[in-house]
Ligand binder design. Structure first.
Ligand code: PRT
Ligand code: ZN
Length: 288
């Protein structure tokens, strides 16, 4: 029988679209868009096991799936025998403690003797123990942020992304406890057959290429021949920028790859150095 690497992913929810997006960009096509439990790829030796995100760490730890894609927050909360093989850079959020607005907050000691509502008791208990805080943890699933408003708790420990849920519930973030993002996990200490290791290696290589391209732009521009050195000094390039002759002997075409984060800063310097006709293109994949 053909060996397939089985990947546990979230069947629906916040992680689903970006997980499928990453696989698609990595060239892994699925057989059907129907969300059956086990979906094989039609061009790559993997199959997707569709689960609730809560069940992914256990499925990987017990070998039901070979690897999983899930939020680091779930990995830490479920505390199963799995380890993070690679961070994937999407679904970024943090787990934070938040208290009612306009509360005098002198520091962590404030939580001593208080009641904290959360869906993440394991992570919270560890944090409180590590910091010598003795608080009462009240576990609720869903809508944790309404707990203080209805008198169910003094504070909450929950996922924060933009922070707007806190604001609309009159809460304020006072302690960031962990940063989370989607991660690829494997069982701790289990050796996979060689063939599956090879499939995983190829998958990770492709994910890297997609990620590397994500925050980069390919830029092309025309530069007066006597300004090329000045422009090259501004451009990082992967190894070294490409300089090509143009029909007009006084001009050159310069190509390079620029970090999205520094994009406007670099474009400003390029223009100041005499670059014209600057084009910036998205990069789909980048293999370094
Ligand atoms: O059904 P299943 O169990 O599979 O899904 P789920 O309902 O448990 O999880 P889901 O789909 O809501 O989230 C999956 C994962 O997405 C989480 O485990 C996190 O790793 C990640 N993630 C990223 C988030 C958020 N951002 C997020 N903003 N998960 C939840 N939220 C919620 C949060 O609970 C809070 O209510 O959004 C609210 C806060 O958002 P802001 O932007 O207002 O701060
Ligand atoms: Zn869940």
């Amino acid at each position: 029988m053909e060996q397939r690497l089985r990947i546990a992913i979230q069947s629906k929810g916040r992680l689903y679209d970006e997980t499928i997006g990453l696989l698609t960009e990595a060239g892994v096509k699925m057989t059907s868009s129907k969300r059956t439990l086990l979906v094989p790829s039609r061009n790559f030796p993997v199959e997707l096991l569709m689960l609730r995100d809560d069940d992914i760490p256990d499925a990987v730890a017990t070998g039901t799936a070979d690897i999983g894609i899930v939020g680091l927050n779930e990995v830490l909360e479920k505390d199963k025998a799995v380890e993070v093989t690679a961070p994937l850079g999407f679904s970024r959020c943090r787990l934070s403690l938040a208290i009612p607005q306009h509360t005098d907050y002198p520091g962590l000691n404030w939580f001593n003797g208080r009641k904290i509502a959360t869906s993440y008791p394991v992570i919270l208990r560890k944090f409180l123990n590590d910091n010598g805080i003795n608080a009462d943890i009240h576990v609720i699933t869903g809508s944790v942020e309404i707990a203080p408003g209805i008198g169910l708790a003094d504070a909450i420990f929950d996922i924060v992304s933009s922070g707007s849920t806190l604001v609309s519930n009159n809460l304020v973030e006072v302690e960031k406890v962990i940063e989370s993002e989607a991660v690829l996990i494997q069982a701790t200490g289990r050796i996979m057959p060689d063939i599956k290791c090879k499939i995983l290696e190829e998958l990770l290589f492709r994910f890297d290429a997609v990620k590397a391209a994500d925050d980069k732009k390919y830029v092309l521009m025309n530069v007066p021949a006597d300004k090329v050195d000045e422009v090259l000094a501004v451009l990082p390039g992967i190894k070294s920028p490409t300089v090509l002759p143009l029909a007009d002997p006084n001009w050159r075409s310069v190509h390079s790859v620029v970090d999205e984060k520094r994009f406007w800063e670099i474009i400003g310097k390029l223009r100041a150095s005499g670059a014209e006709g600057i084009l910036a293109l998205d990069i789909e994949k980048m293999i370094i």
